[in-house]
Design a protein around this ligand. Structure first.
Ligand SMILES: [Zn+2]
Length: 350
């Protein structure tokens, strides 16, 4: 049987694959790779074993991770870019009952490919080139859990993702019809709590979610922290749709995350350059993101929620971080050579 698998980048439609899942009592991950991308896939698997919240889900018996990738041949899977006329947007054609059965048995099945510089995310089967660091696969996997990008889309991208109503994700909210200012602070807070998914949680943590304007009006928005890293959950101005909806676009984390580019408002950077920067970030997922992923996995499969330890939330790691592979360092150094305007903010400490 020949099956064509189409995956759209950044189509963070939340969870997928549950209906095809063989054992609903566990979140099963299958990792697929061709021979040329096996090393990168192995790095990803090693990291996931120790990265919070996946390490905690493993401990709780709610997650199944392989020890190594399943290697596919060029007869079984062919991945190409150019989907929808976008060079880096990937699709994989699968013509193997073995591979199809594996994917059908899994909740999540990332596909690594040695075809360079292509990728796609947001589905049961994110696709990632081995020319990117393993963190790119984590980025795409996080999309699968219902997260949007924390970086700003270009004007062209906003036409695809930021028009036609509100964009609502675990870590992003944009709404063209929301007012930029409110006459009272109470009205701003009420709108925040009604519309922005994590606003109430931020207030519960003691974070201010409004700012007072000089003219006496109020806006939704948490003042940015003075330095990074700073993990405090807030309702920070900016995010995926800030080019299209500057006055009504928010994200829960100000400092760099796996889902975003470090500096708010800088020019667009190609994805491989953003991911090179992310290599230097020791904590990929803010505490709020970690717990949301754990909660989402449990909710999807109707399993008990796993409460992460404070240590996991603080460090982002449930056990020792895997040592950084030399080839990853070399690839990252090569990418960092051409970072252009993709600079870390001066107050960032990574
Ligand atoms: Zn993304």
């Amino acid at each position: 049987m020949r099956t064509t698998l189409l995956v759209l980048a950044m189509a963070w439609s939340g969870f997928s694959g549950a209906s095809a899942h063989a054992d609903p009592s566990i979140y099963k991950v299958v990792v697929l790779a061709d021979a040329g991308s096996a090393t990168r896939a192995q790095e990803y698997i090693a990291a996931l074993h120790c990265l919070s919240p996946f390490s905690a889900l493993l401990r709780a018996g709610e997650l199944e991770l392989p020890d190594s990738p399943t290697i596919y041949t060029s007869d079984e899977v062919v991945c190409t870019g150019g989907l929808d006329g976008i060079a880096r947007l990937a699709q994989c054609k699968i013509s193997s009952d073995r591979i199809n059965a594996l994917i059908a048995s899994a909740t999540l099945a990332p596909i690594f490919t040695s075809v360079p510089n292509i990728g796609a995310g947001g589905s049961q089967t994110p696709i990632v080139s081995s020319s990117f660091p393993w963190t790119t696969a984590l980025h795409e996997t996080t999309h699968t859990f219902g997260f949007t990008d924390d970086y700003a889309y270009t004007a062209a991208e906003t036409a695809d993702y930021c028009t036609g109503g509100a964009l609502t994700a675990i870590n992003g909210y944009s709404n063209q019809s929301m007012p930029a200012t409110f006459t009272t602070e109470a009205a701003a807070i009420a709108s925040c709590q009604t519309n922005i998914p994590w606003c109430t949680a931020a207030i519960a943590m003691g974070t201010p979610v409004t700012t007072a304007n000089a003219d006496g009006t109020f806006a939704i928005g948490t003042p940015p922290p003075a330095t990074c890293p700073d993990d405090r959950l807030g309702v920070y101005a900016g995010g995926a749709c800030q080019v299209a909806v500057p006055a009504a676009t928010w994200r829960p984390s100000y400092c760099p995350t796996i889902m975003g580019f470090p500096t708010l408002g800088e020019d667009y950077c190609p994805v491989e350059k953003r991911q090179a920067l992310l290599f230097f970030i020791k904590k990929y997922l803010p505490a709020f993101y970690q717990q949301q992923i754990a909660d989402g996995a449990a909710q999807q499969l109707n399993l008990p929620v796993v409460q992460l330890t404070q240590s996991e939330l603080d460090t982002g790691w449930g056990c020792a971080r895997p040592s950084d592979d030399d080839s990853l360092k070399a690839a990252t150094a090569a990418l960092a050579d051409g970072l252009g305007n993709c600079k870390l903010p001066p107050n960032s400490a990574f």
